[in-house]
Design a protein. Sequence first.
Length: 428
Amino acid sequence: MFPVKNQSHLMNRTEAPALQPIEKIKFISPVVKTFGVHSELLWMKEVNDETVRLELHFNAGSIQGECLVAGAVNALLLSGTKEKSTTQIHNELAQLGAFVDTDATTEAAVIAVYCLREHLDAVLEILIDAVENVAFPQQELEDLIRDRKQSFLVNSQKVGMAAKRLFTGEFFSNDKRYGRVIQLEDYDTLTVKKLKEFHRQFYLKGLKRIVCVANTEESLLMKWTDRLAIWSDQNATSFISEIKNTPVDLYEEREDAMQTAIRIGMPMFNKKAEDYTGMYVLQTILGDYFGSRLMSNLREDKGYTYGAGTAVVETYKTGYLIIGTEVKKEAQADAILQIKHEINRLREELVGEEELQLVKNYILGQLLKNADGSNALTDLFLAVHIYGMTLDFYNEFIEKVRSISAEELLRLAQECLRLENMTMIRVG
């Protein structure tokens, strides 16, 4: 016989545990140091393992230079120097267990490297040499052009990509740097000379920051900030501060399409605006979680689509709201009516208390999840730091989310969600 244990301390699994409200999150900030002319090091050293994440951020987005050049340069940064081929560079990095990723967005470009702490110095020796002395071999450029032309032709047949292209041109009508619509023949304008000039101006003189998430020696980081100070950003870039979109409702029909892609957008703002938090709650209700109104209407009720969503897209100086979905072709006209209906509901009716509380809990839960670990905390810091804000933003955000009322959301919807200001695109 086993002795009978006192079970008074055991959990009663027939009762749900009490919910604990999220009131405040204790954030850890990275160390910030300046170097060079206009550059900075962000160092998150509270890391409990041997891993390293190091990023180089450049003022080298697609708004800089001629069409397609920024993306081509970013893709070919490790394409080879006069002394090393691209294969040699990648093999040397692989032998040290390093992984390198590059990306270019509209307003910035990033080189990210992941490795173990013990190899960081050696990895940076290889990486910096490859980036600084890249030769952009003609054959590598020709291979890139061929591959991207093929991808362009394939993607052009997809209604989602076609809608994105049409939306971009109409929405950013007041700044063609942001509203560039790539054509197939644009790829033939790329030359090694153009790539080298862009690289010289926006990489070797365009380094905005180094981000390091690693428990490494300060002396090592100082060595590399001293080494890269000559890359410090020297470019005076003007970013779009106001979006003056073309309010249109365009439908490009494709007879062979099974679905219609819908993209709807309107100018908004970024997190520096007073109404940002309220707008974030409002767009979450509309379409930014699985139980949103657009999902409930277009997917659960009508069966028009697998998914529909919204997002607030932020740029350095402003932002915009975008709504996207792909629906059955025969349902595209009614889908637009249903989207307008859900927007008008937010403009005319108070959000119910139960729905509002559900969304508040979801938003705060997502924030808590996104604050887990050194890398996540660094990303949260970056997301406010680029706007000259501090981590205090998030606890203020929590308080605003918890306290915002249905009446405040109604006011915001009436002010911001205006159908007459929307760019509506349908392709399919």
